[in-house]
Ligand binder design. Structure first.
Ligand code: PLP
Length: 407
């Protein structure tokens, strides 16, 4: 059964908004998704009627908030099919989760000369934490390149792996090229060499059904705000054996067992990695968002978005001077493009005046831009509430911009 998009759109009041007197066409979902009313209401309900700091209180509200936070953890576990709640760490988002691994795993498991492998299509959040580790520990950062279509050149992975390789960290879906990477295959290959793999799921979690056990990922990270949840909350899944092995990331709050000035012992998983008051309102609202997409069906969402994508590419390809950046067949719900010599910023500004929200620039993936010798792209990214009519409006907007520049 497909999605009833007209009825779904009613769940997202912001989609009714007029921008410069025009109906909003929101196509910046890869940056962040809009929130259904149930998520916004959950946040309000949290502050209006359930707010109390969790874990340490004996009083009713504290216990209630603690139960909600831990129920959210269980819901996240089920959503990605992790084996245990102990393996679900709440973070501020994807970026913090990768920084956690780069610090805790990197500092404790890497020596000078050890190697971390990333891909050429990573978001800066999966590059810079490893460069910081390189400054601290003298590790070597190696890169799996992609070809002219935006496909990872996996045959090169064999020659990149050595006995100094400590971790491979790759994105599941590229936020600029839309490539869906064969992470299961990468993980299988890495495990043949006993190398753990971190998967950046920021762009896959809203679009694909994720099963961390099926992938056999050692770490899987994502942000709540990209999957219809609130900002400021995200998830690090890590296999228990790794999370037990590596030290805490930050100190304070819930992550301790006993503190004296001489010595501190750490709490058990998952609390060992959750220093300070967690975002327990955010976690419960994220849980509501996950319920929302689960009820619609991840397979239905994927199907809807891939139909939108195919339609968009078909219609956009008719525009004179259209150049797609990223041409793989197995791709997620976004399209990066340039038209003639029109600067992405100019295209974005004209579309904005027509009420169409797209993103322009390097999309925090400058190495991708460098590979194509461009400064940036225009990116339209789709969500479960987008329609073919909105794509028609986008295409008409692009055509209008093209005519303004190339009359
Ligand atoms: N990784 C990828 C692939 C992304 O697309 C993004 C955000 O655009 C991030 C990481 C960073 O996510 P956040 O800013 O929510 O931490």
């Amino acid at each position: 059964m497909g999605l009833d998009v007209n009825s779904i759109r009613k769940d997202f009041p912001i989609l009714e908004k007029k921008i410069y007197g025009k109906q909003l066409v929101y196509l910046d979902n890869a940056a962040t998704t809009q929130k259904p009313s149930c998520v916004v209401e959950k946040i309000c309900e949290g502050y209006y009627s359930c707010n109390a700091n969790i874990h340490r209180g004996v009083h009713f509200l504290s216990q209630h908030a603690t139960e909600a936070h831990e129920a959210a953890r269980e819901n996240v576990r089920a959503f990605i099919n992790a084996p245990s709640n102990k393996e679900i760490i709440f973070t501020r988002g994807t970026t913090e989760a990768i920084n956690l691994v780069a610090s805790s795993f990197g500092d404790s498991q890497c020596e000078e000369g050890d190697e971390i492998i990333v891909s050429q299509m990573e978001h800066h959040s999966n590059i810079v934490p490893w460069q910081l580790l390189r400054s601290r520990k003298g590790i070597v950062l190696k890169v799996i390149p992609f070809d002219e279509n935006g496909e990872l050149q996996l045959e090169k992975l064999d020659s990149l792996i050595t006995n100094r390789t400590k971790l491979i960290s790759v994105t599941h879906v590229s936020n600029t090229l839309a490539t869906i990477n064969p992470v299961k295959e990468i993980i299988k290959k890495a495990h043949e060499h006993n190398i753990p793999v971190l998967v950046d799921g920021a762009q896959s979690i809203p679009h694909l059904k994720v099963d961390v056990q099926d992938l056999d990922a050692d770490f899987f990270v994502f942000s709540g705000h990209k999957v219809y949840g609130p900002t400021g909350i995200g998830v690090l899944y890590g296999k228990e054996k790794w999370l037990e092995l590596i030290p805490p990331y930050q100190g304070g709050g819930e992550m301790i067992q006993k503190v004296t000035f001489e010595k501190t012992t750490f709490n058990e998983l998952p609390f060992k990695f959750e220093a300070g008051t967690p975002d327990y309102i955010g976690s419960t609202a994220l849980s509501t968002a996950l319920d929302y997409v689960t009820a619609l069906g991840m397979d239905n969402i994927a199907q809807h978005e891939s139909e939108l994508l195919e339609y968009a590419r078909e219609q956009m390809a008719k525009i004179e001077g259209m150049r797609f950046i990223g041409n793989v067949s197995h791709r997620g719900g976004l399209v990066s493009f340039l038209v003639g010599d029109i600067h992405p910023y100019d295209m974005g500004s004209i579309l904005d005046k027509l009420g169409i929200a797209v993103r322009t620039g390097h999309h925090c993936a400058e190495p991708v831009m460098q590979a194509f010798g461009i400064e940036g792209t225009v990116r339209a990214s789709f969500a479960l509430y987008n329609t073919k009519e909105e794509i028609d409006i986008l295409v008409a907007g692009i055509e209008r911009a093209r005519k303004m520049f190339h009359h």
